[in-house]
Ligand binder design. Structure first.
Ligand SMILES: [Fe+2]
Length: 483
């Protein structure tokens, strides 16, 4: 297989086995990493056009007593069954039928259920998520597909759902937003006591809603970063136009990027500062700074991976990726400081150039973090990331980990201490005590490895060989117990 194609190939094997391990997996590491992403792009004669539209496949790595077991399985969604029967259902960026049919398929009657972005535990359920309100429950042990789970209660709901919900580890509260498209569109923000329950926090009315892939959460605030990548919702539902869902959004840099800062308790929008236009997929973390002794809690720090515009979306079509043209994919890790109160101010600072899929320790979600982990890329990007980076946001130091030509997935940090406990705060000395887990694609052997990297030294502790090559995926979560 050509190096460019590897990683964007279709995987059909579904296996469950113990992996051979070299090195030493720490014996404290116990639990499962569940990753989600596109497993196949072709079935027989039919295929999808965009990396984001590959059919959802789960991969689970379970760690116990220094050993690693692996299992992978397609989610048996309607999109999967349809593809197996020779028809590709409407997707995020795939399709040639009319816009009306496509939008109807993506958002309305039986919304698109190719839940390939992430797997989350909400209440007692394990759910695979995408950007429609349909969620697919799976068995965390076998990865077998169970039911569709969709909120159908009295609280406001939308047509578009954010896949990157946020969890406040201090309270356990899960917060998310949806977008209701209509003559007047609304961003609905809510918390989720369970997958079928929600408590409304607020609704914000807008005339042209934006595409937002993630958002920020702090102990007291929800922040929606409204990029100027917007859609006229009346056009969205008007018959006659061609093209997939995301093609209906328009880049309008003259609007700038607006931050809606929402008080979690009152639901009030307390500030909505704007900056110059930029776009981004992933918020990394956010917190309330205690550095301002005169007004504690009145400065929000939001780390966000940005790109100058939305050109990256077009570079992620399979044709281009398989031709080795990654184009404008690389992001920048940036820090935004929003000062609340009289005279709202916003400052912007570059932390690291050339990053992708940044994460922090889950013990630091919503709290002051020091370290960010990411795929490291060249800028502008020319090839799939060949390194992982650890960014010290206090000193600016960047440490990298690489293994020759091999390619890495998103890094997931697992703290050594029980991550559900409150972590120590302060100087962050022990924040990196733990391991970073990433899937590495060995381009010469055409197989993947699960790599365990020490959080402090950022050197390899162990790797476990998977018998097949795992296509590049999106996001993972580590669950200390699957119950
Ligand atoms: Fe994402």
């Amino acid at each position: 297989m050509a190096h460019e194609t590897l990683g964007f190939h279709s995987l059909t094997d579904e296996i469950a086995e113990e992996l051979p391990v070299s090195g030493t997996v720490p014996d404290w590491l116990s639990g499962s990493l569940v990753r989600n992403g596109p497993g196949a792009f072709e079935f027989g004669d039919v295929g999808v056009e965009h990396w984001f539209d590959g059919l959802a496949m789960l991969h689970k790595f379970t760690f116990e007593d220094g050993g690693v077991t692996y299992r992978n399985r397609f989610l048996h969604t309607e999109a999967y069954e349809s593809a197996r029967n020779g028809a590709v259902k409407s997707g995020f960026a795939t399709g040639t039928t009319t816009l009306f049919e496509r939008i109807k398929g993506f958002l309305l009657d039986a919304p698109y259920d190719n839940v390939n972005i992430i797997a989350e535990r909400i209440g007692r359920r394990y759910l695979a998520l995408t950007e429609t309100p349909r969620r697919v429950e799976f068995d965390p042990e076998t990865l077998a597909t169970k039911n569709h789970v969709q909120y159908d209660g009295p609280e406001p709901a939308g047509n578009f759902a954010c896949a990157h919900l946020n969890r406040d580890p201090e309270t356990g509260e899960m917060v998310n937003f949806e977008i209701e498209f209509g003559r007047t569109s609304k961003y609905h923000v809510h918390s989720m006591p369970s997958a079928r329950e929600r408590d409304h926090i607020c609704s914000i009315s807008v005339s042209e809603p934006a595409y937002m892939h993630s958002f920020a959460l702090t102990p007291n605030y929800v922040v929606l970063t409204e990029f100027p990548f917007v859609v006229n919702p009346l056009d969205l539902f008007r018959p006659g136009k061609q093209g997939p869902f995301i093609d209906q959004f328009e880049w309008k840099p003259e609007r700038g990027t607006r931050f809606f800062v929402i008080d979690r308790a009152s639901g009030e929008v307390v500030a909505e500062p704007r900056t110059e236009a930029f776009f981004g997929f992933h918020h990394v973390n956010a917190y309330e700074s205690d550095s301002r002794a005169d007004s504690p809690g009145e400065e929000l720090v939001i780390d966000l991976e940005t790109v100058p515009d939305t050109a990256a979306i077009d570079t992620l079509t399979l044709d281009r990726l398989r031709a080795g043209e990654l184009g404008a994919f690389a992001g920048q890790l940036e820090r935004f400081r929003v000062t609340l109160g009289d005279g709202v101010e916003i400052e912007r600072e570059l932390l690291c150039d050339g990053t992708s899929l940044p994460t922090v320790s889950p013990a630091k979600w919503c709290r002051n973090h020091r370290y960010v982990y990411a795929q490291g890329t060249d800028q502008p990007v020319t090839e799939w990331p060949r390194e992982l980076v650890k960014i010290d946001t206090e000193t600016g130091a960047v440490t990298s980990f690489s293994d020759g030509e091999n390619r890495f997935s998103e890094p997931i940090f697992v703290p050594k201490d029980d991550w559900s406990r409150k972590s120590e705060t302060g100087d962050g000395r022990n924040e990196d005590e733990g391991v970073v887990l990433s899937v590495m694609l060995d381009v010469s052997a055409e197989t993947s490895f699960l790599v365990v990297v020490d959080g402090k030294s950022f050197t390899e502790l162990a790797k476990a060989r998977v018998p097949h090559a795992i296509p590049f995926d999106f996001h993972g979560r580590f669950f200390s117990e699957l119950d």
